[in-house]
Design a protein around this ligand. Structure first.
Ligand code: 5GP
Length: 189
């Protein structure tokens, strides 16, 4: 059974994860697509909930087996990908798939599923605000934060290619706006 997909892309620290968690909580007909990654889990992350954490070698094997609908080397030698089986599993449950991906992966999924997919870009008010958030949440090393900030400038250039740009000036208001946009898309024919 085929259903719909909603893609969220944003530079790291733009508030995307909080918005996705809010929507998953409020809209019970949505389910999170758990990506595979070769990055190490952060302290608060669990295998099979936040990601499927696998080695670079098994990631590459899965690419060879065509297990991914898309995959990207998002950072140097750090891979992320969406498994075909994950989307099938969620659609089998009769639910709408929520995806958290980098801009390239997001646009790839949109180009595959077209009208069945809604692509949303979460835009931070400024690069400075990203730096503050990434430093404050202290989940990444300073090197990784710098790598993420460098990448965010390139990611912001992709915003216009998305169906919707959601500017996150005030997280509570942005969550409500996201709820409105996503509900409307799910209810549409
Ligand atoms: P993080 O390491 O902060 O969890 O994620 C880093 C980046 O990888 C984020 O932009 C996130 O959206 C992206 N990402 C997560 N899963 C996937 C995926 O399956 N495919 C792609 N292309 N990017 C992903």
């Amino acid at each position: 059974m085929d259903g719909k997909l909603i893609i969220f892309s944003a530079p790291s620290g733009a508030g995307k994860t909080s918005i996705i968690k809010y929507l998953l909580d409020k809209i019970l007909s949505t389910e999170f697509s758990i990506s595979a990654t070769s990055r190490k889990p952060r302290e608060n992350e669990k295998n099979g909930i936040d990601y499927y954490f696998i080695s670079v070698n098994s990631f590459k094997k899965k690419i060879e087996n065509n297990d991914f609908i898309e995959s990207e080397e998002v950072y140097d030698n750090v891979f992320y990908g969406t498994l075909n089986s994950e989307i099938d599993r969620i659609w089998q449950n009769g639910k709408t798939v929520l995806l958290d991906m980098d801009v390239k992966g997001g646009l790839k999924i949109k180009s595959i599923f077209k009208k069945k997919a809604l692509s949303i870009f979460v835009k931070p008010p400024s690069i400075k605000s990203l730096d503050n958030r990434l430093t404050k949440r202290a989940l990444d090393t300073q090197k990784s934060i710098q790598e993420r900030l460098k990448k965010s400038e390139f990611e912001l250039d992709y915003a216009d290619k998305f169906d919707v740009i959601l500017e996150n000036k005030d997280l509570d208001k942005t969550k409500i706006e996201a709820f409105r946009i996503v509900s409307e898309f799910i209810d549409s024919k």
